[in-house]
Design a protein around this ligand. Structure first.
Ligand code: C5P
Length: 444
């Protein structure tokens, strides 16, 4: 982030104080941070503290003659590499979606020609409100990137749900990704590990599932897994860069939405299946999601109370099997995409290919991408390996084997981005081969 200029717009929410930490972390990484705050934000954090940490003047008043003469809202909006809105309140999102410009923050957001990353934070009911959902959809279709909100306890006691400001590492990753995206060269055909070509998949519709699913136990607890969604998001991005129309159906992750991709956020396996079906027809479907195999048969309507000191009274969860989305689509009579690709994450390294082969046969898909997610699979990934699983789940690297009708390709360890690009190239090659075969048959 060395030398990058970030304009941070601080909205008026209880999470505004977390911006102090964000500014410090950005400056530690070499970024220059300039701060604009809304009037409401001043109720939660002072210009003095934001100014001290950013080492710059803090801007808040559209009608401050001195400020306007000194720099002006147009210059503020342009003299940045990236605009970050954190925390973005429901009101600020509504103003952005409606194109309002009645204060400095909204005028800057209207006037800017720079990428904007939004980190919402609000009460879960406000986030779930249809008006907010409509505004978010609108902003996403305008190309605004989002990070979070995350699940968790709210400042209001007893409230929990989706609405917390994304945590600091997620904010930093999202900011970094936005900055990298700007630096990335324009997609062009290149070697297997280079950027995916700009038109390899033009005219094709690809549906991709990614991330984990959350299966509720009660209104505040759920069953989940360690999937980060990084591999699926990288494939969605590479497919979009290759000119495809991409529908990404994502379980809960902390990743910003990839640019140029239609994304549907879902929670449970059943929601995911419904969304995949709604997204069809498609030419290609890639199932990277780590779908929960089981869900709680009847989740409790209210938070299950703990009977102190009595394990004997601990609730017994009756689990039932979730639908297998990949198998459903691969064996569908109607609307089956012509190429269906599954993923197989296994922890028994020496039986990886055997299990993947069995999955290929059982599920009826065309290809399987097999990867080893055992503890020692990747020590270089940067993921937290202190947990039960290894560095692949949550990490940035992957080592995969591609199983197709033609045989098995063992790919070396590479970043998930490069796995994505190489997979997109393999798909394009396969489609190209099919098309020329069809042409030959048609001509004979
Ligand atoms: O059976 P297993 O979970 O190992 O299969 C992995 C593959 O199947 C992945 O492609 C995953 O996305 C898909 N899958 C699915 N629905 C499920 C379980 C797995 O789509 N319920």
């Amino acid at each position: 982030m060395n030398g990058t200029r970030i304009l941070l717009i601080v909205g008026g929410g209880i999470a505004a104080y977390k911006c102090l930490e964000l500014i410090r972390a950005l400056r530690d990484r070499g970024a220059c941070v300039r701060v604009v705050m809304t009037k409401a934000a001043m109720q939660f954090v002072t210009p003095l503290s934001l100014g001290a940490l950013s080492n710059d003047k803090v801007y808040s008043d559209l009608f401050d003659l001195n400020d306007e003469q000194e720099i002006g809202h147009i210059r503020l909006s342009r003299e940045a590499d990236l605009i970050v809105v954190a925390p973005a309140t429901a009101n600020l999102l509504a103003k952005m979606a409606g194109g309002h410009g009645d204060d400095l923050a909204s005028c800057v957001l209207l006037a800017t020609d720079k990428p904007v990353l939004v980190a919402p934070a609000m009460n879960p009911k406000m986030w779930a409100h249809r008006a907010t959902a409509r505004n978010v959809e609108l902003l996403k279709s305008d190309g605004i990137a989002f990070v979070g909100p995350a699940h968790g306890e709210m400042a209001e006691s007893g409230e929990a749900g989706e609405g917390r400001l994304a945590d600091l590492p997620s904010l930093l990753t999202a900011i970094d990704q936005q900055l990298q995206r700007q630096r990335a060269p324009t997609p062009a055909a290149g070697p297997a590990t280079g950027p995916a070509s700009g038109n390899l998949l033009r005219g094709k519709h690809i549906v991709i599932t990614a991330g984990p699913t959350h299966e509720p136990i009660d209104p505040v607890r759920y069953i989940a897994n360690r999937s980060s969604g990084k591999q699926g998001y990288a494939i969605a991005q590479a497919a979009a860069q290759a000119g495809a129309t991409v529908t990404l159906i994502a379980g809960p992750t902390n990743l910003p939405d990839p640019a140029g991709v239609a994304i549907h956020h879902v929670e449970t396996a059943r929601d995911m299946l419904q969304s995949v079906r709604a997204a069809l027809p498609a030419d290609i479907a890639i199932f990277t999601a780590a779908v929960a195999d089981w869900r709680v048969d009847v989740p409790a309507d209210h938070k299950i109370k703990k009977n102190k000191g009595s394990s004997a009274n601990a609730p017994a969860l009756r689990l039932v099997e979730n639908p297998d989305i990949l198998q459903n689509i691969a064996k569908a009579k109607k609307d089956r995409p012509s190429l269906v690709i599954g993923f197989a994450a296994e922890t028994q390294t020496n039986r990886l290919i055997e299990f993947a082969q069995a999955k290929l046969d059982k599920k009826g898909c065309d290809w399987i991408v097999a990867n080893d997610v055992s503890v020692d699979a990747d020590e270089t990934s940067g993921a937290n390996t202190a947990g039960v699983m290894g560095g692949v789940m949550g990490g940035d690297n992957n080592r995969v084997h591609l199983l197709t009708q033609e045989g098995i390709e063992d790919w070396p360890q590479m970043s998930k981005r490069d796995v994505a690009r190489r997979l997109i190239k393999a798909i394009a090659k396969h489609i190209d081969g099919q098309t020329s075969l069809e042409r030959k048959v048609g001509a004979s």
